[in-house]
Design a protein around this ligand. Structure first.
Ligand SMILES: Cc1cc2nc3c(=O)[nH]c(=O)nc-3n(C[C@H](O)[C@H](O)[C@H](O)COP(=O)(O)OP(=O)(O)OC[C@H]3O[C@@H](n4cnc5c(N)ncnc54)[C@H](O)[C@@H]3O)c2cc1C
Length: 431
């Protein structure tokens, strides 16, 4: 006999899956956004209360943009999405049996799905002194720290006189990938366009920018003509490019190259290496090259029920098994993919493998100079590539206010040959 439902009987609601996303970077934001309107309870956790647009950090470091232009408060991004909560905290561990995420100084968060999107960090490859004396460019704090230091060097040289032997005005950038090329080009522009006018009693042309790259070319993932364009442009703008050179040791006042040459130098920017967030090791997950978490084709973490890994922290591969690059579009597409898979699982469907669609790569070298390699074999160099680079970064920048502010700053810098944010502020502790 069929059981008849009584009018006062309460039908238990299906439990709403709890999704914890670690990291509000490119990948983490996409997971949360693409679960909008879905019956899930999302908690986005980040150690900062803002999202950072890393591709433009070098412009903050070289006084082209304000720090707030490249960052966006996470809570503000989800005002209209009521299934997302934000927790500003550092993830310190995961209890895999209890299925909870442990936070620094806050109660643990239970999860049904855990998406690891903690990104990457600098890799000094054990180079003596590099971690202690080098400047990395991964966070907003890194960028402001470097900008302060560069301004400090010029203030000191203006006050005390520039002595090439003390390396105060020598700036060594390590790594000829996009970040190194962009940073070296932007420093050259800052010195030639702005500091020349800011410090009229200083011979700014005596400032040296040295770009050190281990391989015999710059911009490794690009075609030979693009690499040559970057080399020619940087050289013509006064950057001393050292190819086939490696840094052996760094001190507060010098950089020693592998061949034995010692460059007096007080500023070293380390743009040479990247490794997965140490959280990957801390959580006891299987790791591949660069410490990246091994993932299944659907981006689940094998052997850890409910766990996914995306973006720079994950070792996702393409159809041929080649490791995908640590780039923003990879993280964003992976974030959207995981959001879809969580929805599919809730609907009782199987997961699908992640397929990355490569939309090309770009790097800028400075004013009206960039290289862009797009699908279909399209290769752009010079002004056209630069415009494409500007347009694409504006489109991908998070937040309308940031886009407006960046556009205004770029237009100002371009037409006035000036730079705005050259504030040298030291935020000390309270007296
Ligand atoms: C200087 C620089 C320039 C770049 N330029 C380009 C470019 O031009 N084009 C391009 O495609 N890519 C570029 N990239 C790479 C791109 O930024 C990354 O591939 C992308 O950010 C990866 O996204 P993600 O979500 O994996 O990590 P991220 O965007 O790095 O986000 C990780 C988030 O996790 C948070 N987090 C980390 N650990 C913890 C923890 N324990 N607890 C809580 N929160 C934590 C961090 O605060 C961060 O917000 C650049 C990177 C750098 C550093």
């Amino acid at each position: 006999m069929l059981h008849e439902r009584r009018y006062d009987e309460v039908v238990p609601a299906a439990p709403i899956p709890k999704v914890v996303v670690v990291g509000a970077g490119f990948g983490g934001l996409e997971v949360a956004r693409h679960l909008a309107g879905r019956p899930v309870d999302i908690t986005l956790v980040d150690q900062h209360n803002f999202h950072t647009f890393q591709p433009l950090l070098y412009q903050v470091a070289t006084a082209g943009l304000n720090a707030a232009d490249v960052a966006n408060v996470v809570r503000g991004l989800f005002h209209r999405q009521d299934n997302v909560r934000f927790r500003c905290a550092t993830v310190t561990g995961v209890d895999w049996d209890a299925r909870t995420v442990q936070l620094d100084g806050h109660p643990a968060l239970p999860f049904d799905h855990l998406v690891l999107a903690g990104g990457a960090t600098v890799n000094h490859f054990g180079t003596p002194g590099a971690a202690e004396h080098g400047f990395a460019l991964y966070t907003l704090a890194d960028a402001v720290r470097l900008r302060n230091h560069v301004l400090d060097r010029f203030e000191a040289a203006d006050a005390d006189g520039a002595d090439p032997a003390d390396g105060g005005l020598t700036f060594v950038v390590v790594g000829g990938g996009p970040t190194g090329v962009e940073t070296a080009g932007a420093l050259a522009e800052l010195f030639a366009m702005v500091f020349r006018k800011d410090y009229p009693s200083l011979d700014v042309s005596s400032a040296r920018i040295v770009l050190v790259e281990m391989q015999d070319h710059l911009l490794d993932p690009f075609a030979a003509r693009s690499r040559q364009h970057a080399l020619d442009t940087l050289t013509s703008r006064g950057v001393d490019v050292r190819l086939g050179a490696a840094v052996a040791e760094v001190t507060a006042s010098s950089v020693t190259l592998a061949g034995g040459e010692v460059l007096p130098c007080q500023t070293l920017v380390w743009a040479a290496g990247v490794q997965a967030n140490p959280l990957a090791a801390h959580l006891g997950l299987d790791q591949g090259r660069g410490g990246r978490v091994i993932v299944a084709p659907d981006l689940r973490v094998p052997g850890r029920s409910g766990a996914w890994a995306i973006g720079d922290i994950a070792a996702a591969t393409d159809r041929d098994g080649a490791l995908l690059p640590q780039l923003a579009p990879v993280a964003m597409q992976a974030g959207r993919h995981v959001a879809r898979q969580i929805t599919r699982l809730a609907e009782g469907k199987d997961t699908e493998p992640f397929r990355y669609r490569n939309k090309g790569t770009m790097a800028t070298i400075g004013r009206r100079a960039a290289v862009a390699e797009l699908p279909g074999g399209i290769k752009l160099r010079g002004g056209l590539a630069w415009l494409a680079w500007l347009g694409l970064h504006l489109v991908f920048l998070v937040g309308k206010r940031n886009r407006a502010s960046v556009l205004l700053n770029w237009a100002w810098n371009y037409f006035t040959w000036d730079r705005g944010p050259r504030l040298l502020f030291r935020v000390g502790s309270r007296p």
